[in-house]
Structures are given as C-alpha cells and as structure tokens.
Write a protein that binds this ligand. Structure first.
Ligand code: MG
Length: 159
C-alpha cells in the first residue's frame, strides 16, 4: 500500500464560476486559475500522483500550456486515475478537507462527495469530504482564497 498527499490553493475573484469537486456552487465569486481552477480536483489529482510516485499536477498539466486554458479539471483527474491503474494500483479511499470561509459548504458536502466517488470509481463510503472555515484569519479566513488538502491510499491491484 502507498499513501499520497495533495494540497492546492486558488484565489477567489468576481466573474468566475465556483467549482469544487466538479460541483458548481452558487456564489458571488469563483476561483481564478489557468484551468477551471477546481481546487478540490487538483488536490485529489496531486494526492493520486503522490501515492503512485508519479510527480505532481504541474508536471502533468503545466499551467504555461495553452492547451489547458479553461480546462475541465475532471479530465485531469480521470486521466491521472487511468495512469495510476496502468501502473498496477487501485485506489482504496480519499479523505478531503476543503478550507473556505465562504460560501458555507455544509449544504454541498454530500453532493461533492457523490461527484468525487463517481469520478474516482469508488463507493461514497470511501470518499470523505470535510469543510473547515479559516476562523476569520489568514487568506482563508479573509475569504481571499479556498484551499484543499487530500490524503489518498492506493493498493496493488492484486492485493
Ligand atoms: Mg490548482
């Protein structure tokens, strides 16, 4: 078995959609970035790459590459999962923490969990999603950014 950790942060800004784990969250601001800036999918992708010893999302999908401008981050995750499988690994579970002062994510956690489980080919019991605020301090607490941390466990496909 192997474990991997993923972390990502994106700034909040007006005029952008807010996508978290592939779910469109109604809000006055969204996350900025070269791709669709889905901070959750980026952190999950990095956790998978880390567990499999396959580098990071910046190596695989450089933000200097025009091909990835506005890219759907679900594609990054699906392609990465295929690569992890090709290296002989199966995903066991992921544990996800989203750090956001606003909007309040409680009403959306279950939907994000279902969407991640669907993308990852896991049961919802193997995908945990937690939401934390920044307690009003730091870049999270001032609602300047949203961050995400993920731990992923993988196992050899034949046990
Ligand atoms: Mg990112």
């Amino acid at each position: 078995m192997r474990v991997g950790i993923g972390h990502d942060t994106h700034r909040l800004a007006p005029g952008r959609p807010l996508l978290l784990g592939g779910v469109l969250i109604p809000h006055t601001r969204g996350l900025t970035g070269h791709s669709d800036a889905d901070v959750v999918l980026h952190a999950v992708t990095d956790a998978l790459l880390g567990a499999a010893g396959m580098g990071d999302i910046g190596d695989a999908y450089p933000d200097t590459d025009p091909a990835y401008r506005g890219a759907d981050s679900r594609v990054f995750l699906r392609e990465t999962l295929v690569r992890v499988h090709q290296h002989g690994w199966q995903l066991v579970n992921v544990d996800v923490i989203i750090f956001a002062q606003e909007p309040k994510l409680g009403p959306y956690k279950a939907e994000i969990r279902r969407q991640l489980a669907d993308l990852l080919g896991l049961g919802v019991d193997a995908v945990n999603v937690k939401a934390k605020t920044g307690e009003g301090v730091g870049v999270i607490g001032r609602a300047e950014a949203i961050s995400c941390q993920v731990v992923a466990l993988i196992d050899r496909q034949n046990g």
